[in-house]
Design a protein around this ligand. Structure first.
Ligand code: FES
Length: 415
């Protein structure tokens, strides 16, 4: 190791200042330390200065000391202790040649001679400013000795010829390839790996894993097949449910379910019967136990027998794209929900569906926007269109004020 002193006065610059970008970086580094401990940033600051100038001059040391509130001597101690700080100007390509035992045994002495021949004495820069060199201690790449670090890259497995070529390439701006220079890709033996070549070392069989790879492949395949079958079954069920719902909606008599049963309950002439799913039938006033069984039977007659006058206008379907999830509750407020069956068109089944969805109170429904109404409607399987047709929002607004209809079926909205 050479004696580490500052460069002679004639080559010391008069001043030094960090660039604006580096000033910004320095502020961030200093901020990492607690108040009064800014001196801890001395190495990062010296390193940044060296990155900027290539070496650490007296002016750098004084600037860093001032910036950190340190005595310049303290910064000098750090700069001269750590060999990573260059105390002399360096060339554009700064060669740090390892001269420690493994590299020495593998030919570092011959490389030193190349440096002296091509560059000159240590710590001097070539006239063109391109090259300078320094012998350093072990750089930790002994497996690929002899080696040199040039700027930030390692060049390994050097020979005098390859090293001379390397320096020539750098000086003349030709591209170089860091790493081993003898064809190795790492620190494997020259000529390729000689040991640990048995493939069984890497397939688990040595530790009794057997054909675990095959098992894993089979398990993954089975899991993928099960997932695909499940997805197909779900898609099929969804399709069937949608078709069923569409069928119920498309039947004019289905739309007239409530009026039909309501009229029956009121003793008026019975309108056409709904040809709708059993779930819909369950949600009629008949299902509430408010009409005679024969009324239900008659209500269940095919739509073909219905009188045209009894066919209510089809419910306008809200646009699917206008859906918006309304406010939903996890339970009724105060432990008791409103009697949603007082809403015309809502029977026990629909009331249950609404409760399960999170709708318990009139004021919830009264606040729905058209998009929220559409969101709820789309999820009332088998009753699609009913909320809009019977104007639940308007009904709920009235109910929320405390008003109550005469009939427990609700107050039929005006056509
Ligand atoms: S001895 Fe040269 S890298 Fe270790």
């Amino acid at each position: 190791m050479s004696v580490r002193r500052l460069a002679p006065d004639p080559i010391q610059p008069a001043s030094f200042a960090f660039t604006a970008a580096n000033e910004n970086w320095i502020d961030q580094q200093i901020a990492k330390y607690p108040e009064g401990r800014q001196a801890s940033a001395v190495i990062p600051l010296l390193w940044k200065a060296q990155e900027q100038e290539g070496w650490v001059s007296r002016a750098v040391i004084e600037t860093v000391a001032k910036r950190l509130g340190m005595a310049p001597m303290r910064v000098l101690e750090v700069a001269t202790f750590y060999t990573m700080f260059n105390l002399q100007p360096v060339g554009e390509f700064f060669v740090q040649l390892c001269g420690t035992t493994p590299c020495a045994l593998r030919g570092a002495e011959a490389l030193k001679k190349v440096c002296e021949d091509v560059i000159g004495p240590q710590s001097t820069v070539t006239a063109d400013g391109k090259l300078s060199w320094l012998e350093v201690e072990c750089l930790g790449a002994c497996c690929n000795a002899p080696m040199a670090q040039i700027n930030v890259d390692y060049y390994e497995d050097l020979t005098p010829a390859s090293f001379r070529q390397l320096l020539d390439d750098m000086r003349n701006g030709r591209a170089t390839k860091p790493g081993p220079q003898n064809g190795r890709t790492g620190s494997e033996p020259e000529g390729g790996p000689q040991t640990l070549t048995d493939k069984a070392l890497y397939d688990g069989s040595m530790i009794g894993a057997g054909d675990w790879q095959k098992r894993v492949v089979e398990q993954r395949k089975a899991a993928a097949e099960a997932a695909a079958a499940k997805a197909a079954a779900e898609a099929e069920a969804k399709k069937a449910a949608e078709a069923e719902a569409k069928k119920a909606e498309a039947t004019p008599a289905a739309v007239a379910t409530k009026p039909a049963t309501e009229t029956a309950a009121a003793g008026r002439p019975k309108p056409s019967a709904p040809a709708q799913p059993s779930s819909a039938a369950n949600d009629t006033p008949a299902a509430k136990g408010k009409v005679e069984k024969k009324d239900v039977a008659e209500a269940a007659k095919p739509a073909a027998t219905a009188k045209p006058a009894a066919v209510a206008k089809p419910a306008p379907a809200p646009a699917a794209t206008d859906e918006s999830k309304p406010e939903l509750l996890t339970a009724a407020r105060g432990g008791k929900g409103d009697d949603l069956e007082l809403i015309w068109g809502v029977g026990p089944k629909l009331a249950k569906m609404l409760n399960e969805m999170g709708v318990w109170h009139y004021d919830q429904i009264a606040k729905w926007t058209p998009a929220e109404l559409a969101w709820v409607d789309a999820r009332l399987t088998g009753f699609k269109g009913r909320a809009l047709r019977d104007d639940w929002i308007a009904q709920s607004k009235k109910l929320a004020t405390g008003w109550r209809p005469e009939s427990k079926l609700g107050d039929k909205p005006a056509e």
